[in-house]
Ligand binder design. Structure first.
Ligand code: URA
Length: 235
């Protein structure tokens, strides 16, 4: 791929704008030698204004989504893309969130520009457990775990029952729940179906990948080992 296209695809500007950056001598090798739009040179050996390029296509990011931020590309309020570097919204292939979290749900949210990987993660066949911590408006009765594990719970206006989900009680009004599907407002609707109400919801892990101590609003790029963890069983 021509350098001009490679750099434009990373969101640094249109091809015309990137061509102008070449003419201005802003695109160089690590030793400062000016590069030209037709040069063939590896991604790692390109500098713009002396800085290494953003990562090439195939990126996977993990964001600690705070509450009050929408998983959408456009919204009147704050959106998850506002928390990523502005250039990342202009990349081609584009960066998409892997599924969604509700505006008032916080926690682990993945992004990738790799469509095949995205589909592998969200495919119900992959059976990747997403674990959430929920605080509830009312005390748990004690039978919710069995109901969620049964594989027979039907949510309103759904045609098929939910796959079994694992409930771990953490306190009278606090529980962890592991689900392998990603239905609309699934966890909130599950607790509503057993007569409760979710007050706060936070996703702590996807497969064996945990949010860890990543602060709210921050993101980090995932390496191959992290990505492999998504497909390994959680603890
Ligand atoms: N279930 C929900 O109800 N909301 C989310 O954001 C994620 C899972």
């Amino acid at each position: 791929m021509k350098l001009v296209k490679l750099i434009a695809n990373l969101g640094y500007g249109s091809r015309t704008e990137v061509a102008a950056m070449f003419r201005e001598g802003r695109i160089t090798a690590p030793d400062g030698d000016v590069l030209y739009a037709d040069d063939k040179i590896e991604h790692a050996h390109i500098r713009i204004d002396g800085e290494p390029l953003d990562p090439p296509a195939g990126i996977v990011l993990m964001l600690h989504k705070p509450t009050g931020v929408t998983c959408a590309t456009r919204d009147a309020g704050r959106i998850v893309y506002d928390l990523l570097p502005p250039r990342y919204r202009l990349r081609n292939p584009s960066l998409s969130s892997v599924g969604r979290l509700d505006r008032e749900t916080s926690g682990l949210l993945l992004f990738t520009d790799n469509g095949a990987l995205l589909h592998r993660i969200i495919s119900p066949r992959a059976q990747i457990a997403k674990v959430y911590e929920a605080t509830l408006a009312q005390d748990l009765h004690g039978d919710e775990g069995a109901t969620f594990a049964s594989g027979t719970l039907m949510l309103e206006s759904e045609k098929t029952p939910l796959a079994p989900a694992v409930l771990t009680v953490l306190g009278p009004r606090k529980a962890q729940i592991g689900v392998s599907e990603g239905r609309y407002h699934q966890v909130r609707r599950m607790f509503a179906a057993v007569g409760n109400h979710v007050e706060t919801l936070h996703r702590v892990s996807a497969g064996g990948l945990t949010l860890g101590d990543l602060p709210a609003g921050e993101w980090r790029a995932l390496g191959a080992m992290d990505v492999a963890r998504i497909f390994s069983a959680g603890s």
